[in-house]
Design a protein. Structure first.
Length: 267
């Protein structure tokens, strides 16, 4: 009984901590008359590995550029990204976020984490999907068994990366099972009349890129194809996975080009 109480307390604590981390940047008073843009993503759009993600990440650059171009309007980019996020966690709170922020536009930049067994709930029995202790145990297993593959990032975060076997901790079969998540995200955006653009990755497993292309084509959604850039190596941080400062600037330029060409936010 004592053990059960301890485990229950740990589980509730993990859920509470996760809720705090996800929502700590959302508890701001929304300014009336402000044009909100939602960024739905993970560590890439979060700005992981940047010296200062709050000024260098592409969501912040887009906000700065829009406010500079349209000085008669106010723009705020609400970056709902955080490391480790999947299409499941994005979908969990999407409708509430759409009602709260009433965005004029959305940027979809996720997909690669869906093939991570430690993050995708499909990797567990459905009964255990929400039990965070199991994920903690799994991460602990990875840490103690593959310590030599773990590197410390610029801000003390741990980067779990194997340069010799980039897909060694992924399961690409999960991706097709997450297709309904992508379709539901787009359905909700259309329900609330929120136009959107998708972004893929400078570097990612081929199956991820193929799924993003398929979804964007079937749903008539524009996709910014970062893999067209032949100099991607020069746009990556030292982990060779997340964009560096120049990579984020290029992504911001692509999004701005799309907004201008489609005459969004001009009236």
């Amino acid at each position: 009984m004592v053990l059960f109480c301890i485990l229950a307390f740990m589980e509730l604590s993990l859920h509470g901590t996760g809720y705090f981390v996800r929502n700590k940047t959302k508890k701001k008073i929304l300014n009336k008359g402000t044009n909100h843009i939602l960024v739905l993503g993970e560590s890439t759009s979060y700005g992981l590995m940047l010296p200062n993600r709050l000024t260098m990440s592409y969501p912040n650059l887009i906000q700065k550029n829009l406010n500079k171009i349209h000085q008669d309007k106010k723009f705020e980019v609400i970056n709902l990204s955080y490391p480790g996020q999947t299409s499941f966690s994005i979908l969990d709170n999407l409708e509430l976020n759409l009602l709260k922020y009433k965005p004029r536009f959305a940027i979809l930049h996720f997909g690669v984490n869906d093939i991570n067994p430690a993050l995708n709930p499909i990797s567990h029995l459905s009964f255990f999907t929400k039990i965070k202790l199991l994920k903690l145990i799994y991460f602990s297993y990875l840490y103690f068994n593959f310590q030599e593959k773990i590197h410390e990032g610029d801000h003390g975060e741990f980067i779990f990366y194997d340069p010799d076997a980039k897909d060694s901790f992924t399961n690409q079969e999960y991706l097709q099972n997450t297709m309904p998540n992508y379709l539901e995200v787009i359905r909700l955006l259309k329900k609330y009349s929120v136009p959107a653009v998708m972004i893929n990755y400078y570097k990612s497993p081929k199956v991820v890129n193929e799924l993003l292309f398929k979804v964007s084509q079937e749903q008539n959604l524009h996709l910014i194809d970062l893999q067209k850039n032949k100099n991607a190596d020069q746009l990556m941080s030292k982990d060779n996975w997340h964009p560096n400062k120049e990579g984020h600037k290029e992504i911001a330029d692509h999004v701005m080009e799309y907004l201008i060409q489609n005459k969004l936010f001009l009236n």
